[in-house]
Design a binder for this molecule. Structure first.
Ligand code: ADP
Ligand code: MG
Length: 622
């Protein structure tokens, strides 16, 4: 129990996305400067090179604009005030104001440009990812959590914004600021400049040290916090509470809670203190630096080597040196976390679709509808955590299946759960490809056909039909984009669903789907049948629902099915006796193999598995 909790608590840490420094550090952990990844990441910026050049100039301008005021101040003091020349004072004061306005405007331009680049690159990545995901097979989605993919397309891509603003722009502007500041310092007085630079380590090193210590503390706090959250949500939930009581675990749970509680308390006190120490040190140093400047600078002024204005200018320049240096010292964290994010994005982009498109296009409505499987073997690719060891034996979902389905024939696939019925059905529209063996449609190898033309020949009624959150009309038009209202109604009438739809609040314009109007299981099935009728394919694939239906609905579905099957080749995963009895051929499957093919009468009382299924599973119709 404890181990599981730690595991889950750990899993909760893997945050990503925008700005949070701590999360960025977590991501950067164990990451390295992976040049191929960085180069590939930068390629996406190539189309925006003009913007990039412009933004570089803008950054240069802001960096220079940042040090100009120090120089202007020096002029006011040394050339104006010191020499009692009011006109000079006024001139440089105006210059100060103008500089402030100009840098303000330029910084807006910088924000606009860098966001323009970031948002464009993000949009490009989102599009590329989405397009890539559309090309993936159905089993690709089956082996992944939808939430994870969504997060890749949204969060990970959003983090690109961070790459541009923090990493690239931040790096450049800090670097240029430091260069401009140093240039200004050394051109004013090299001795004072050397003094200012000598003080640098006193600033940067403690900030880095303490920063790291704080991050480590924060990581620990986060860990204990999520441990506590997990315990809380588990022990305060009904099922967890039940488990704790039945095993008399109250005392142990309390001890565990007491531990996380105490740890959190101590860690947070330490974190508060460590921050305080840093502030004290920095506060001290930010006074010591100028103090040294005033001391040594004062000596220089007294000996007429510099004007007083130089010292004043230096004290303002000092902060423009330490701030950027500190940020520059941390830029590696954002580079590394960007590398980690891009690594994830690229890993997704590099997964080749399992099904490759063929190049022979068959004209619509030109097939006879013969389906032939020859020695077909299939195993699901192992992905992610479920990855099997190299030497593990292959788990075949289909083993050496050979089968011919003639045009117009209705074939029922029966067998216990896990026999491979769904797997077999999915091979026909090439949701996956056979690992070994061949599938033929009218004698043509399905792998040679384009996916679009192959799939346009077949209609699918899945076990649990899905409808997009959209109107009935638009869901029906998925099958035939130019369908007229009359055609849709005819299809719905044939599928025994017209009356139900007509009675909905907005009739055919009612929004259905996940968050829309809730259709019942039987209604969804019939609407799916209507959709296939509208599509009017030569081949129908159907995965019959296992849930029991009442007599009326059952009859409606049987009538809808009768229309659907007419004049088409049909492969159905059958669970109902009425469906099975209607079929021309029954294929009995077990553990990935076809163990018998025949009619109901030839199989019942002759094939033991079929007989057992008949007696126990096929619902006896009223
Ligand atoms: P049926 O439809 O007859 O119940 P399936 O075709 O769904 O059987 O499954 C056949 C075998 O393939 C089962 O052992 C099942 O565990 C396995 N299987 C099904 N889908 C997947 C998948 N997406 N990934 C890995 N194995 C799968
Ligand atoms: Mg199934």
């Amino acid at each position: 129990m404890q181990e599981m909790r730690e595991l889950r608590a750990g899993a909760g840490l893997g945050g990503h996305g925008g700005g949070n420094r701590w999360q960025m550090r977590e991501l950067a952990k164990g990451e390295h400067f992976d040049w191929p990844i960085i180069r590939r990441a930068l390629e996406a910026f190539v189309p925006y090179w003009k913007h990039a050049i412009l933004v570089s100039f803008v950054i240069l301008a802001t960096s220079v604009g940042g040090v100009v005021p120090a120089w202007l101040t020096q002029q006011i003091i040394d050339e104006g005030i010191d020499k009692r020349r009011m006109s000079v004072v006024i001139f440089f004061t105006l210059a100060l104001i103008l500089t402030a306005i100009a840098t303000g405007l330029i910084s807006v331009l910088q924000t606009w440009l860098s966001n323009l680049i970031a948002q464009n690159v993000m949009a490009d990545y989102r599009m590329t990812l989405f397009r890539h995901l559309q090309r993936q097979t159905v089993s690709f989605f089956a082996s992944r959590q939808a939430g994870d993919l969504v997060s890749r397309v949204t969060n990970d891509v959003t983090a690109i914004q961070n790459v541009v603003t923090t990493t690239i722009v931040g790096f450049l502007s800090n670097l240029l600021s430091i260069a401009a500041t140093l240039f200004m310092m050394f051109s004013m007085n090299w001795k004072l400049a050397v003094l200012a630079v000598i003080v640098v380590p006193g600033f940067v090193i403690p900030t880095q040290r303490v920063g790291r210590a704080r991050q480590e503390l924060q990581a620990k706090i986060q860990e204990w916090l999520s441990r506590m959250t997990v315990q809380l949500s588990e022990s305060l939930g009904v099922s967890g509470a039940l488990l704790i009581r039945i095993f008399n675990r109250q005392a142990a749970e309390e001890a565990q809670f007491a531990e996380s509680n105490a740890r959190l308390r101590d860690l947070q006190v330490r974190q508060a203190l460590i921050g305080r120490w840093l502030f004290m040190w920095l506060g001290m140093f930010s006074s010591i630096g100028p103090a040294l400047l005033w001391g040594y600078g004062g000596w220089l002024v007294i000996h007429h080597q510099i004007g007083l204005g130089v010292i004043v200018a230096f004290t303002t320049l000092l902060s423009r040196l330490y701030g950027p240096l500190n940020q520059l010292a941390q830029v590696h964290v954002s580079v590394l976390s960007s590398v980690a994010l891009f690594r994830r994005i690229f890993a997704l982009l590099d997964t080749e679709p399992e099904v490759r498109d063929g190049d022979v296009s068959i004209p619509p409505n030109s097939v006879q509808g013969q389906i032939r499987l020859e020695h077909v073997w299939f195993s699901y690719p192992s992905t992610g955590e479920a990855k099997a060891p190299q030497d593990a034996p292959v788990r075949w979902a289909l083993k050496d299946v050979s089968l011919t389905i003639e045009p117009g024939e209705t074939v029922a696939l029966v067998g216990p759960s896990g026999a491979g019925k769904t797997t077999l059905l999915n091979l026909i529209p090439r949701f996956s490809d056979a690992s070994r063996g061949q599938l033929y449609l009218d004698g043509m190898d399905v792998k040679s056909l384009t996916l679009t033309s192959l799939r346009s020949q077949m209609g699918l009624v899945p076990q649990d039909p899905f409808f997009f959150h959209d109107t009935v009309v638009n869901n029906l038009r998925l099958a035939k984009p130019d369908a007229t209202q009359a055609e849709m109604e005819a299809a719905c009438r044939a599928a025994q669903i017209h009356d139900t739809i007509a009675a909905l609040p907005q009739g055919y314009e009612t929004v259905v789907g996940e968050r829309g109007y809730r259709l019942s299981g039987g209604e969804r099935q019939r609407l799916a049948i209507a959709r296939v009728l509208l599509q009017n394919p030569k081949i129908v694939l159907l995965d019959e629902a296992t849930s029991s239906l009442d007599t009326v609905v059952e009859r409606q579905i049987q009538e809808a099915l009768a229309v659907l099957l007419q004049g088409r080749t049909a492969v159905m995963i059958a669970h109902r006796l009425s469906t099975i009895l209607k079929s021309d051929k029954i294929v009995v499957m077990e553990k990935g193999r076809v163990i018998a093919v025949g009619t109901h009468h030839s199989l019942v009382h002759h094939n033991p598995l079929y007989t057992r299924l008949y007696e126990t599973q096929f619902q006896v119709e009223p």
